[in-house]
Design a protein around this ligand. Structure first.
Ligand code: HEM
Length: 476
C-alpha cells in the first residue's frame, strides 16, 4: 500500500471515529441540539462563512426547538436563561473568556484579549478612574465640543443640498469624540469629505477580516500606524492636561516610582488604544444609526421625541448637559430601545466553564465546556419584550421598566462588561438630544432592509443610513 492509499484510508476512518465520539461518548453527548452541529464545526461555518454572519439569527429557532441549552458546536453549549446569564456574566466571575475567540491580532497585549479575570482586572483597574461617571461628567465639555462641530458639519452639508451618509458620519463622530476625550488628539475623521476617513471607510472589512480570517485588510493597517503614532506622540509630549493616556503614562512609566503595576510597553499601549477606539466608536455609532433610522421612520416616535425636546430645551443656545437629559423619560426610552435593537455585540460571547464544573439551568456542565450567550437571543425574547421586532420606546415607560432594565444586556454585565458604559451613555444622551433638537433630518432612500445586519462580532448592516438635513426653526 502506498502512502497516499494509506492516507486515503486513514483520514475517513479518523473522521468517522471523531464523529462517533462526539455524538455518543463526548461529555456533551447528552445535551440536545442539531446532530450536525454536535458532529462538526462546519455546521456553524456554513452559516457564518457561506451565508455570511448568520449563525446568530438561527439561535432563537434552535432554542425554540431544543430548550434553554443547545449544543451549537461540538464543545459548546449556547444558553438562553437569564439566571444562567447572571451566573456567568457576574462580578468576580470564574468563567474566563474563551481565548481562541478573543485572540484578535489587533488586540494582542490589551486587556480585551486577556481571558482571565485576575490579569484583566489589574489592567481594567488602571483605566476605570478615567471612565468613571464622575470623570465623564467632568470631561463632558470635550464630548460636547466634538458634537457641536459635527452638527455644524451636518448643517453645512444640508445647506449645500448634499445627501449625508450618516452611517459614516456617526462613526466619524464617535471616533473623534473618543479620541478627544481620551487623548485630546482627534483624528479629525469628521473633516474628511463625505466622512471618507480611511479607517472608517474600511472598518467593516477590518471587522469581517478580524473575525473570519484573523487577519487585516491591508488598507486598515492605517489605523494601526495612527494609533501607534498617537501613543508615541503622547509619550514624547504628555500634555499637562488631564487626558486618559497622558495620565496613564505618567503613572505607569518606568520613572513613576509606582510599585503596584508594571509599566506598559508601546505595543501594549498601542493595542489598548486600538481596542478602546474600536470598542468606543463602533457600538456607540451603531446605536445612533439604528435609533436615528427608527425615529425618522416613524412619525409618532419622532413627534413624541421632538415634543419632549422642545419642552425641555426651549433655546438651542442653551443646550443642557447629560445629567439634565437623563431625566427626560421619552429620550431615555428611545436610547434603551436603540440599545436593545443594536445589542452591542449581538452574537455569542463564549466563556469557559471553570475546573470545578458548573450547574446551569439545573444541569451539571462539565469543566472546560464553552458556554456562550448571545444578546440577540435575549433581546428578542418575546416573553420579556413582546413584539420584539418592533421598535417601541413605549415599552420602557411602563411600571415594569425596572424589571426590563435587568434584561437590557447590550453592555454585557459583571467583571468583563463594558468599561466605557458611562462615556457611551453620555455620548448617546447628548447626540440624540442635540441632533434632533437642532437639525431637521429626513431619510433619503433608506429602507429598513438597508439596516438588516450580519453578525461579525459587531452587527454589520447591508446598506447605509442616508439623510438630508437642515436647521430647525425654533417653533415646533
Ligand atoms: C453603545 C455603546 C457600547 C456598547 C453597547 C458596548 C458594549 C460592550 C460589550 C457588550 C462588551 C463586552 C464584550 C465581550 O465580552 O466580548 C464591551 C466591552 C468593552 N467596551 Fe464597550 N460598548 C459600548 C461603548 C464603549 C465605549 C464608548 C468604550 C470606550 C471607552 C468601550 C470600551 C470597551 C472595552 C475596552 C471593552 C473590553 C472590556 C474587557 O474586555 O474587559 N465601549 N462593550
Amino acid at each position: 500500500m502506498t502512502l497516499i492509499e494509506l492516507f486515503i484510508l486513514i483520514v475517513p476512518l479518523f473522521l468517522i471515529q471523531r464523529v462517533i465520539y462526539r455524538l455518543w461518548f463526548h461529555p456533551l453527548a447528552r445535551f440536545p441540539g442539531p446532530k450536525l452541529a454536535a458532529s462538526t464545526s462546519l455546521y456553524a461555518a456554513y452559516f457564518n462563512l457561506v451565508r455570511g454572519g448568520q449563525y446568530t439569527m438561527k439561535l432563537p429557532e434552535l432554542h425554540r426547538k431544543y430548550g434553554p441549552i443547545v449544543r451549537t458546536y461540538p464543545n459548546e453549549l449556547h444558553i438562553h436563561d437569564k439566571e444562567a446569564y447572571d451566573q456567568v456574566f457576574s462580578i468576580g466571575t470564574s468563567f474566563d473568556k474563551y481565548r481562541p475567540f478573543y485572540d484578535h491580532p489587533f488586540g494582542e497585549g490589551s486587556h480585551f484579549n486577556m481571558p482571565d479575570l485576575k490579569t484583566s482586572k489589574s489592567r481594567r483597574d488602571m483605566f476605570a478612574p478615567y471612565l468613571s461617571k464622575a470623570t465623564v461628567r467632568k470631561m463632558e465639555p470635550l464630548i460636547r465640543e466634538t458634537l457641536l462641530h459635527f452638527i455644524e458639519i451636518l448643517l453645512q452639508a444640508g445647506k449645500e443640498g448634499q445627501v449625508i451618509n450618516l452611517t459614516k458620519g456617526y462613526h466619524s463622530f464617535t471616533t473623534d469624540a473618543f479620541l478627544n476625550y481620551g487623548w485630546r488628539r482627534p483624528f479629525h475623521a469628521m473633516e474628511y469629505t463625505n466622512f471618507q476617513f480611511p479607517s472608517i471607510a474600511y472598518m467593516n472589512d477590518f471587522l469581517i477580516g478580524a473575525v473570519l480570517i484573523r487577519t487585516f485588510h491591508p488598507l486598515i493597517r492605517n489605523i494601526f500606524s495612527k494609533c501607534r503614532q498617537l501613543v508615541l506622540d503622547v509619550m514624547r509630549d504628555p500634555d499637562s492636561e488631564n487626558t486618559l493616556f497622558s495620565n496613564l503614562l505618567a503613572r505607569h512609566s518606568k520613572d513613576s516610582g509606582m510599585t503596584d503595576c508594571s509599566p506598559l510597553s508601546v505595543n501594549d499601549l498601542t493595542a489598548e488604544t486600538i481596542v478602546f477606539l474600536v470598542g468606543g466608536e463602533e457600538s456607540t455609532a451603531n446605536t445612533l444609526i439604528h435609533g436615528t433610522f427608527h425615529i425618522l421612520n416613524n412619525d409618532a416616535i419622532k413627534s413624541h421625541l421632538l415634543q419632549e425636546l422642545y419642552e425641555n430645551i426651549p433655546d438651542i443656545n442653551a443646550l443642557p448637559d447629560s445629567l439634565a437629559l437623563e431625566k427626560l423619560p421619552y429620550l431615555t426610552a428611545v436610547i434603551k430601545e436603540s440599545l436593545r435593537f443594536t445589542h452591542g455585540p449581538p452574537g455569542r460571547l463564549p466563556r469557559v466553564v471553570p475546573a470545578a464544573g458548573a450547574r446551569l439551568c439545573g444541569r451539571d456542565i462539565p469543566p472546560n465546556t464553552i458556554v456562550s450567550m448571545s444578546h440577540y437571543v435575549y433581546h428578542n425574547d418575546e416573553k420579556i419584550f413582546p413584539n420584539p421586532e418592533a421598535f417601541m420606546p413605549e415599552r420602557w415607560m411602563g411600571d415594569d421598566s425596572h424589571y426590563l432594565d435587568k434584561h437590557l444586556i447590550s453592555f454585557s454585565k459583571g467583571s468583563r462588561g463594558c468599561i466605557g458604559i458611562n462615556l457611551a451613555y453620555a455620548e448617546l444622551y447628548l447626540a440624540f438630544a442635540y441632533i434632533f433638537r437642532v437639525l431637521d433630518l429626513d431619510l433619503h432612500e433608506t429602507q429598513a432592509e438597508d439596516l438588516e445586519w450580519r453578525d461579525f462580532y459587531a452587527p454589520i448592516t447591508k446598506g447605509q443610513l442616508k439623510v438630508t438635513a437642515c436647521g430647525r426653526n425654533s417653533v415646533h
